[in-house]
Every structure is written in structure tokens, then in C-alpha cells.
Design a protein around this ligand. Structure first.
Ligand SMILES: [Zn+2]
Ligand SMILES: [Zn+2]
Length: 383
């Protein structure tokens, strides 16, 4: 079938909206009519080159090239067609996508860690998960990669069953699209990875689409002090709306206040969710946490970056830990329905995250607004 999608042809270029063709769904594949797609910072990393994959790695994944690529890895929609053997969804079902697929049978899925599913290995570049073949092409037949095996910046998506999760039909699909990446990652960073519990002091660095949700994850877990740090003073109001008790524009400003509010003990955890995570953020994060405290690194870092400023002496002597996280260290098939239940019960704020909606054709405007710091989350609304 023919559909329209936003494609990135080269680093530093605008997204180009054009007609593409989708093949028929093979066994285990399905077509979703997209309802909403979130404009996440991770797609911007692709434009800036921060997550450009070395050519050897692309070839190792079985793809001749990375670009052109259909963008978008947050989204929701309605199933319109399923291939043979698809059992978890049927036409008419509402679904959330998941940027990490979950096959259900690999070692990681079987041990309850679907966010580490082996199928995730091919999510940045390659053909379809089922057979490695390309079924997305431009009008002139050029094969297209899709971010995270999804490509939600498209009116229709052809995806593997492992990449979608059925949701209740009474849920608004804009809310559903949000939980599929930023919300699950932010809330999970606080609750699953930092292990925030009642009475904790938590520092969240970078109040964008992930950080705002780390703040609300800490709030829902009962944290007493939630310190938001962002260089953009306009983020203060949003941070407070999601539960921040304090706001500072730098670590330097925050550290004395954290010491004072904890009587010198310092924070239980610090979650790094800036637009781009850099190695120089690690030591200040380690300085703001207490003995036995935890630093969680959530925000994407440039792929080639290896330098980190860190006192290994203090790491060991103060019994501290640094943890990474993907998908907030939870399983998509557990976390997405759980978060949507919490939204329905008024515990989780979702609509408050959407600062602006755009059409597919306004995608570059949406990303410019993100660069200008105007958006917590911009969302593309399809008709
Ligand atoms: Zn994302
Ligand atoms: Zn798996």
C-alpha cells in the first residue's frame, strides 16, 4: 500500500515528508494506522549525528546503510491488517508501539527483562525483524530503515507483532502514544532503576520529556524532596506541576541546598535525563548523592563518547553505584498497561506533557520548537 512518512536522508537535514510504499504483512507482521506520534529527543540525536552508528556496525546488523530512514519511535494507532500467525492483536484493536520489541521467548524475555529482548539488537538498522527483508520503500524503490523497527512518523506502519502492545479502546490514543517511550523511561528510571521509595530525596537533571516523568515517577513513589535541575528557567513551572519540590539551574546551585535539606546526608539518587548526556555530568551527580546512593544514566549520550570524569576512590569508599537503563528497566508489556491504569486513576499525568500538537507536514517546525526549548513533548496528530 501507499502511505506518507517523514524521512531523514542525511545528517543535519530536515525531515522530508514523502509518499512511500509498504509491503504486505508477512507472518508475525501487521499494519497499524498511526493516530499519534511523539517527537522524542532520540530522533533528534539521529539528525545531529549523536547516535550515528559506525558503518561496520550497520553492516554487522545486516544493513547496507543507515539512511534514509523513517523517523519516530513513540506512537499509537489502530490495527488495520494482520499477517498470518498474529495472535496478540486483530484488526480494530488499539495499540501502543514499543521501541524495544519483546519476543517473549529469548533468555531476557523469559527472565522478565523484556527491555533487554534479543530482538532489540536489530532495532536501529536492518530490514523487518521477521526475515531481514525490506518492506518499506520510497516511490523510486529505495529501501528504507525505520527507527527502532517502528517509524511512527508515518500515516501507516508495517511492524512486527513483537513491537506492539494492545491497549483498552477507551484510552485516548494521544495518551497511549506518550507512555510508549518518554513516560515509561522516565517513571521507570525513578521507580525501577533508582528504586525511589517513600521519604527519599531525588535529584533529576534535565526536565524534558524523560526528566518530567522521572520527577513524576519519584512523586508517585512517595519521595519527600524532588530536586529538578535544568539550565532553562522556563522548565521550573512544568517541573513543579509534575511534583518537583525544588528547582535549580545548575548542580552548583543545588548541592548546598540538597545538603541543607538532608542535614548533610545528601540525595538517595540522581537521575540524568538531559537532552544529551555528557561525561562531565557524572561526577557532579556522584557528588550530590549520599553514601550508598545511586546515579542512573538515562539520557542518550553520543555513541562514540568514552570519557567520564569520575573519582573511583569515592565510588568505592562511599559504596555508591552508577546504573544505566533502557526503557526504565521495565518490561514493555507490563509497564505500558500499568502506566495507562495509573493515568486512568489520575495518578499519572499524561496530557500535561503535551505542549503542542503538529501535523505530519509540520514535523520540522515541531523539532525546531524542541530545539528552542518550547516543548516538553510535541506530538504529531494524524487524522
Ligand atoms: Zn523516545
Ligand atoms: Zn525476547
Amino acid at each position: 500500500m501507499k502511505t506518507r512518512a517523514a524521512i531523514l536522508w542525511g545528517e543535519g537535514q530536515d525531515w522530508k515528508v514523502e509518499e512511500i510504499s509498504l509491503g504486505d504483512p508477512a507472518p508475525s507482521e501487521l499494519i497499524v494506522k498511526t493516530a499519534y506520534a511523539g517527537l522524542c529527543h532520540s530522533d533528534e540525536h539521529l539528525v545531529t549525528g549523536d547516535i550515528t552508528i559506525p558503518q561496520e556496525a550497520i553492516e554487522a546488523m545486516g544493513a547496507p546503510h543507515f539512511l534514509p530512514c523513517i523517523g519516530g519511535h513513540e506512537g499509537s494507532g489502530v490495527v488495520v491488517e494482520v499477517g498470518s500467525g498474529v495472535t496478540s492483536v486483530a484488526p480494530g484493536d488499539h495499540v501502543s508501539v514499543s521501541f524495544v520489541p519483546s519476543c517473549g521467548s529469548c533468555h531476557w524475555c523469559a527472565t522478565g527483562r523484556q527491555n533487554l529482548c534479543d530482538m532489540g539488537a536489530g532495532t536501529l538498522a536492518s530490514g523487518m525483524l521477521s526475515d531481514g527483508q525490506y518492506r518499506h520503500h520510497t516511490a523510486d524503490g529505495t529501501p528504507l530503515n525505520r527507527i527502532a523497527q517502528l517509524g511512527t512518523f508515518s500515516e501507516h506502519m508495517l511492524v512486527n507483532e513483537a513491537s506492539v502492545i494492545k491497549v483498552d479502546k477507551d484510552l485516548p490514543l494521544d495518551a497511549v502514544s506518550l507512555v510508549s517511550c518518554g513516560v515509561a523511561t522516565g517513571v521507570g528510571s525513578a521507580q525501577n532503576r533508582a528504586g525511589v521509595s517513600s521519604g527519599d530525596t531525588v535529584v533529576v537533571v534535565g526536565i524534558g520529556g524523560i526528566g518530567a516523568n522521572a520527577v513524576q515517577g519519584a512523586r508517585m513513589a512517595g519521595a519527600s524532596n524532588i530536586i529538578a535541575i535544568d539550565t532553562n528557567p522556563d522548565r521550573k513551572e512544568k517541573a513543579q506541576e509534575f511534583g518537583a519540590t525544588h528547582f535549580f539551574s545548575s548542580f552548583d546551585e543545588a548541592i548546598g541546598a540538597v545538603s541543607e535539606m538532608t542535614r548533610g546526608i545528601m540525595a538517595d539518587s540522581c537521575i540524568l535525563t538531559p537532552g544529551v548526556t555528557t561525561g562531565d555530568l557524572v561526577q557532579p551527580a556522584m557528588d550530590v548523592i549520599s553514601k550508598d546512593g545511586t546515579v542512573v544514566v538515562t539520557g542518550l549520550a553520543p555513541m562514540q563518547q568514552q570519557e567520564v570524569g569520575l573519582s573511583l576512590f569515592n565510588l568505592a569508599m562511599w559504596n555508591k553505584e552508577i546504573k544505566g537503563t533502557i526503557f526504565g528497566s521495565g518490561s514493555p508489556r507490563v509497564e505500558i498497561p500499568k502506566l495507562l491504569r495509573q493515568y486512568q486513576q489520575g495518578q499519572l499525568k499524561l496530557h500535561e506533557l503535551i505542549t503542542q500538537t503538529y501535523t505530519l507536514d509540520q514535523i520540522n517546525e515541531g523539532y525546531q520548537d524542541m530545539r528552542d526549548g518550547k516543548n516538553i513533548r510535541g506530538v504529531i496528530a494524524f487524522d
